[in-house]
Design a protein around this ligand. Structure first.
Ligand SMILES: *Cc1c(COP(=O)(O)O)cnc(C)c1O
Length: 395
């Protein structure tokens, strides 16, 4: 099956749908058994999509987990109430006191905060590494290194990592390879073919796609699935069937939405290249973005999220730009149908990294390009540049 056909069919087995199109919302805490034999059967098969207790999931859960595995290529998929919970629980599932993890320097900020503020108290140390390190990561691996964690492209600054080169070295040292795969969504990268053991999605973003549900997924290969599943269960992780229903509904249009986000973002990115105020456009599909060759090698496409760096400006001018746009709303997160914008001064970008030095002097702006008409979006940015320039000129 080709990608778009798979997106439509994934997880829609008749045993889950009971003959309607979408697997329905099945809400449950208690599952009642006909007799002791049925209870025994459910207990023995509680990890194999048999109704046992609400926390283990219902057919709504099972159908979505199956869909995620079909699309992303994992053997099993655990669900969490947010992307952040997927990250922290995946890490906690594979470490013990005294262990060490290698974390990419351009990780999503809450991932760093988890390492620095929580793992450290559990006796687990973290070393941050340059996202462009590739096979050179070997020099950072210690006797007690247990997890090598990647995120590609990096949050805010969009560096693409050499996933197979890093995974290869990590496996030679018996480390678990985890990837925050949110940017690619389940359809633009094949993490397990590249050597990833656990692939994490903030489903909150493109899977849900409508900015109204928080959810995370962690998919594992066959070797790592039992440990991820059982430890996440021990930590009490479960997800509301109503939310899963919305995520499953979002999934069906992922292909067309991603294609349109990609097209719109490239139109806006190429327009930004022509602006005199722009120093660099950080978009993996553009040659000037770090890791562009790796993007071309490993990814099937891009999406609506990228950043650009200015060659002039200060905090006041940046604020004038951000306050001056109309279609791009100021807000965290991304992956919904709507355009969003955030901006940062270079010292704030530098604060989020310790292994690398951010080379730019002027503001960075991150856009999520939504499904609006790009003529409107470009006109919006053009008039925001005017406001930015007026503040810079002291007018
Ligand atoms: C948003 C995001 C997360 C966290 O997801 P939440 O559902 O907001 O907790 C994790 N990783 C990346 C790359 C993200 O963009």
């Amino acid at each position: 099956m080709k990608k778009n056909t798979k997106i439509i069919n994934a997880g829609r087995q008749e045993k889950w749908t009971k003959g309607v199109v979408n697997p329905p919302v099945v809400r449950a805490s208690t599952v009642v058994f006909e007799n002791t034999k049925a209870m025994k059967h459910a207990t023995a098969n509680r990890a194999n999509n048999v109704m046992f207790y609400g926390r283990r999931g219902t057919p709504t859960t099972f159908a979505f987990q199956e869909a995620m595995c079909e699309l992303e290529g994992g053997y099993g998929c655990a669900l969490y109430p947010s992307g952040a919970a997927a990250i922290t629980n995946a890490i906690l599932s594979f470490i013990k006191a005294g262990d060490h993890i290698l974390m990419v320097d351009t990780a999503y900020e809450p991932t760093r905060d988890f390492c620095d503020n929580l793992l450290v108290n559990l006796g687990v140390s973290t070393t941050y590494y340059d996202p462009l390190i590739g096979a050179g990561i070997e020099t950072l691996i210690q006797e007690n290194t247990r997890i090598v964690f990647l995120e590609a492209p990096g949050s805010l600054t969009m560096e693409v990592q050499d996933i197979p080169a890093i995974a290869d070295v990590a496996h030679q040292h018996n480390c678990v390879v985890m990837l925050d795969n949110t940017w690619a969504s389940p359809i633009n990268l094949k993490p397990f073919e590249l050597g990833v053991d656990v692939s994490i999605q903030a489903a909150t973003k493109y899977i849900v796609g409508h900015s109204d549900v928080m959810m995370g997924t962690a998919s594992a290969n066959e070797k790592h699935w039992p440990q991820l599943r059982e430890n996440s269960y021990l930590m009490g992780q479960c997800t509301s069937p109503d939310d899963i229903y919305l995520a499953a509904r979002g999934l069906r249009t992922l292909g067309v939405r991603m294609a349109q986000h990609e097209k719109n973002a490239l139109t806006v990115a190429n327009w930004l290249l022509s602006r005199p105020e722009v120093a660099q456009v950080l978009h993996p599909a553009l040659a000037q973005s770090a890791g562009h060759e790796l993007f071309k090698r490993d990814f099937a496409g891009s999406n609506g999220l990228f950043s650009f760096v200015l060659n002039c400006g200060n905090q006041a001018a940046l604020n004038a730009f951000l306050d001056g746009v109309e279609h791009f709303k100021i807000g965290y997160s991304w992956g919904g149908f709507e355009s969003l914008i955030i901006g940062m001064m270079p010292n704030s970008v530098q604060k989020l990294r310790t292994a690398t030095t951010w080379p730019h002097q002027y503001p960075l702006i991150r856009l999520h390009v939504g499904l609006e008409d790009t003529d409107d979006l470009i006109a919006d940015l053009a008039q925001a540049f005017e406001k930015f320039n007026q503040v810079l000129a002291g007018k």
